[in-house]
Write a protein that binds this ligand. Structure first.
Ligand code: ADP
Ligand code: ADP
Length: 228
């Protein structure tokens, strides 16, 4: 469970990116953060894994302030899927997925099994793709590797920043389905940033609508459709 308590972020140049942001993301919930470009979605997301430090307020994970966790402990427990495809180009798909589990000293066999499962889950045939380099995959396939890499070490929380933005419509639809499946099967806590309302409505258990660094509306997709 993630709690934001009166969190604000003012950048050094004076930009007030996030203002008095208070919000609880329940365990196993997928929260979609939505709003126009520049409204503070990415800043809010990156504060959760301390890529950005809040100027004031507190963020708690499982009731403990994130600044009281060791940074490595915090980051290991949070999978992060970036907007841009960010696989290591010189490493194979398998090696890319293995980065965090290896830091956690997973055993070879367990890791091999895990990678096979994850690749099958997103429709990437392990025998065909395991040893390939990222450049030998399509953009959509690479983005799916980005998603399962974030899941590999079984983190409790997954942060996604417009993971579909670089994709064509068909890959986008497939990846959306993957994430819905993941959400149902493994019940992770997911915070998902998008500027696409259809995506937010389709994927979110709740949708948090932001504007100018503030929460304008926080509701279920059904409520948002009935009372826009
Ligand atoms: P998004 O696509 O989520 O809107 P941006 O393109 O706004 O993201 O930001 C991309 C990167 O540039 C981020 O790491 C962000 O911190 C940084 N950035 C955005 N706006 C500014 C700014 N005005 N000054 C400095 N860095 C910025
Ligand atoms: P979003 O993800 O909703 O597009 P961001 O969180 O990236 O919004 O940005 C919120 C505001 O903060 C924007 O006005 C952006 O220009 C500004 N911003 C983001 N990163 C930086 C930065 N590193 N320095 C200064 N301003 C920034």
């Amino acid at each position: 469970m993630i709690e934001f308590k009166d969190v604000s972020k003012v950048y050094p140049d004076g930009t007030k990116a996030v203002k008095d942001f208070s919000l609880t993301v329940q365990e196993g919930e997928l929260l979609a953060l939505i709003g126009p470009s520049g409204c503070g979605k990415t800043t809010s997301l990156k504060m959760i894994n301390r890529l950005i430090e809040p100027s004031s307020g507190h963020i708690l994970i499982n009731h403990k302030d994130i600044s009281d966790y060791k940074l490595s402990e915090l980051r290991w427990n949070i999978g992060y899927v970036l907007q841009q495809i960010a696989l290591f180009p010189h490493m194979t798909i398998e090696e890319n997925i293995a980065v965090v589990p290896e830091m956690k000293n997973w055993k070879k066999e367990a890791l091999h099994k895990r990678i096979t499962e994850l690749m099958e889950m997103v429709g990437l045939d392990p025998d065909t793709y395991r040893k390939r380099k990222p450049s030998e995959l399509s953009g959509g396939q690479q983005q799916r590797v980005g998603v399962i890499r974030a899941l590999a070490a079984d983190p409790d929380i997954i942060l996604m920043d417009e993971p579909f933005s670089a994709l064509d419509p068909i890959s986008r639809e497939q990846l959306q389905e993957d994430i819905q499946k993941l959400q149902k099967e493994i019940k992770k806590t997911i915070v998902f940033v998008t500027h696409d309302i259809d995506e937010a409505l389709a994927l979110g258990d709740r949708v948090c609508l932001m504007k100018d660094g503030e929460i304008v509306q926080l509701s279920t997709p059904q409520e948002l459709i009935l009372h826009p």
